[in-house]
Design a protein around this ligand. Sequence first.
Ligand SMILES: [Zn+2]
Length: 405
Amino acid sequence: MIDHRRLGRELDLFVSDPLAGAGLPIWLPAGAAARHAVEEYVRELERRSGHQHVYSPPLGKRELFELSGHLGYFADDMFPPMRLSADDEFVLRPALCPHHALVFRARGRSYRELPLRVAELGGMYRSERSGVLGGLSRVRAISLNDAHTFCAPEQVGAEVAEILGLIREAHAALGVRPAGFRLSLRGPGEKYVGDDAQWARAEDLLRAALAGMEYVEAPGEAAFYGPKIDIQIVDAAGRESTISTIQLDFDKPERFDLSYTDSDGSRRRPVMVHRSLVGSMERLFAYLIEVHEGAFPAWYAPVQLVLLPVDDGQVDAAADLARQAVDVGLRVAVDVAGSLGARIRDAARRRVPYLGVLGAREAADGRLALRLRGGRALDPMPAADALALIGGQVAARSADLLPPD
Ligand SMILES: [Zn+2]
């Protein structure tokens, strides 16, 4: 069976070391290169859609998480507070929303700034039981693709529709195939904030956004502060989890006393929309490793091109070409150790999308013979054309290794 933990080891993507702790994986250079490419893509998508990026620390004072409601409603999932002195306790954050509420509150806000979209790929922590941890799919240190939109109540519908569009675009680029949409609602019990009218209003807005789409309702799966649309994936073992989410929150704007000045000069309360396009980098990669069986699209492959000099006579030419490839932004390696056949097999094992074979004749007239992942060999072409071909597919973030005919 396909298992991202086994592939992660074979492809040197990440390691879980018991000395570091369960659920605290370490990203190795190959995994980090792939993740970096994906993070860049997500930031670019967010920038294009009017998000503003911030940085905030992964821990904060106890009082911040008392105010946000996390310590009251979510403490079971959090690490215990760290005490520096009697009146100085810190908490590893379980979510980014409290810090982003402070971004909104950093100065006075006008209706002209809304919707205000605050985005961050930030660290957060959950005290998962050690029995449920595995590879990247369930971790204790989480790097979340997160954003909070602060908007006027009448802007919520358009904002949710816009976010659904961004989620679809990100899924298509990465190769995520959702298993279904879920409307996550309150269940029986007392672990929710807010009054019934707020919940009904938020549910109506999300139902309207989902109109015409197929989805299931899931009582008991709401956030403690509001209902949400969850987009589900199923991993190779058949386990379902959430990869993307849109959540409506009328509560935190109250708790943090957030307000903006409306066009008539009155003060109004914004609505907070929590959303993640692709979830945490950990869960996303657990999924991507399995769905692609380690053979990522070229744009986020750890190494995009391996150059293989046929013998020692072409090593200098290969090094030269590698520098040109780096200069145009490609991730390239030169492999000189062992027989050509063994090096081709090794690159195939590592799922490298492009191989460039350099024999004496190619080196002499500046050409390169490209082989694609999967075995197809192209006729030798000018080396500059080969780099342009690869660069074009990478820049287009194409799922294919060749442009359309
Ligand atoms: Zn949030």
